[in-house]
Design a protein around this ligand. Structure first.
Ligand code: NAI
Length: 327
């Protein structure tokens, strides 16, 4: 077995943290031969809950779990970290202005980015789960001097998985039959779940399901699935969000092979997305790096939807710039 990997979770005392930690410690994220050291980074109000989770982790006696350390100090939390899941954030609440939301998150992700730049391992990989995830990732990245820009990503895998699941259900096929779906843009209501290049079995998805549905009700259903879960469950997505974060990291580290997925990664200008934005793209992971899948055909409908979501990312970036949260 390999030397232990240090995994830091912020918001470890929260719901997604609780759902993720046991699976990470069981080997679901880094494989059955990889020992892990867990660092749980919380704010003082969340420490007690994280302590309780640490006790339960001890009670699982996971063979792969080397240690669990709790802290409310980011410089300790990110010291030597190889993988950071930034889950704790200040999500939008009713009546909150966008400026207030971005400012509150700047106060979290700026310092965390700085601490990652100062203390993390050279190979650090970061996925931001806490909303607004893409822009929080951008803020952290901009403060993490010395860390390559592409090591900061945001989670759109939950949107991707929702899109796969709902398409498979509509077509009446098993999940493994579905391939080639892309989530484009922002992890927000403007995201674009794109099935134009997708296949079901060996047929184009748009020959199997109603094309009008795929470009209307389906997009809405995927983009609003979070609200649907809140409505039905009486609380936000937790198990599915934790699962998506684990799959994002597993694919990033262990590779996807030919399988395509979606992740918000730094744009190098692919598909006309302005360079430097952290936007969701079709991706594969090879040798520990995400690669945007290039040369997919983008029809006029897709172009318009991608542009709309990317425009929202630009406006979020400009707003955090205006607030002095990034340079
Ligand atoms: P939660 O409220 O149960 O847990 C959040 C935890 O973060 C709390 O324990 C809190 O004390 C902690 N926290 C807050 N600020 C922190 C900081 N500066 N440093 C360390 N810890 C901090 O929330 P839950 O359900 O776990 O969700 C977490 C976030 O994930 C939310 O922002 C939510 O909107 C987002 N989310 C993102 C999804 C995605 O697909 N990208 C899907 C579902 C949720």
């Amino acid at each position: 077995s390999h030397a232990p990997v240090t995994v830091t979770l912020t918001g470890a005392g929260g719901q997604i943290g609780y759902a993720a930690l046991f699976r990470i410690a069981a080997g679901d994220m880094l494989g059955p031969d990889q020992r892990v050291r867990l660092r749980l980074l919380e704010i003082p109000q969340g420490m007690r809950s994280a302590e309780g989770t640490a006790l339960e982790l001890a009670d699982c006696a996971f063979p792969l779990l080397d240690s669990v350390e709790l802290t409310d100090d980011a410089s300790i939390g990110f010291d030597g970290t190889n993988i950071a899941l930034l889950i704790g954030s200040r999500p939008r609440t009713a009546g909150m202005e966008r400026g207030d939301l971005l400012e509150a998150n700047g106060a979290i992700f700026g310092p965390q980015g700085r601490a990652i730049g100062a203390a993390a391992a050279d190979d650090v990989r970061v996925v931001v789960v806490g909303n607004p995830a893409n822009t929080n990732a951008l803020i952290a990245q901009q403060h993490a001097g010395g860390v390559p820009a592409e090591r900061f990503t945001a989670l759109t895998r939950l949107d991707h998985n929702r899109a796969v699941g709902l398409l498979a259900a509509e077509a009446g096929v098993a999940v493994p039959e579905v391939a080639g779906i892309t989530i484009w843009g922002n992890h927000s209501a403007t995201q674009y779940p794109d099935v134009s290049g997708a296949t079901i079995g060996d047929r184009p998805a748009l020959d199997v399901v109603d094309a009008e549905w795929a470009r209307g009700a389906y997009i809405d259903r995927v983009a609003k699935r979070g609200a649907e879960i809140i409505e039905v469950r009486g609380g936000s997505s937790v198990g599915s969000a934790a699962n998506a974060a684990i799959e994002h990291v597993r694919d990033w580290v262990l590779g996807t092979g030919e399988r395509r997925t979606s992740a918000a990664v730094v744009s190098r200008g692919e598909y006309g997305v302005p360079e430097g934005l952290i936007s969701s793209f079709p991706v594969r992971a090879v040798d520990g790096a995400w690669n945007v899948v290039e040369d997919l055909e983008i029809d006029a409908f897709s172009r318009e939807r991608i542009d709309r979501s990317v425009a929202e990312l630009v406006s979020e970036r400009d707003a955090v710039r205006g607030l002095g949260l990034i340079g």
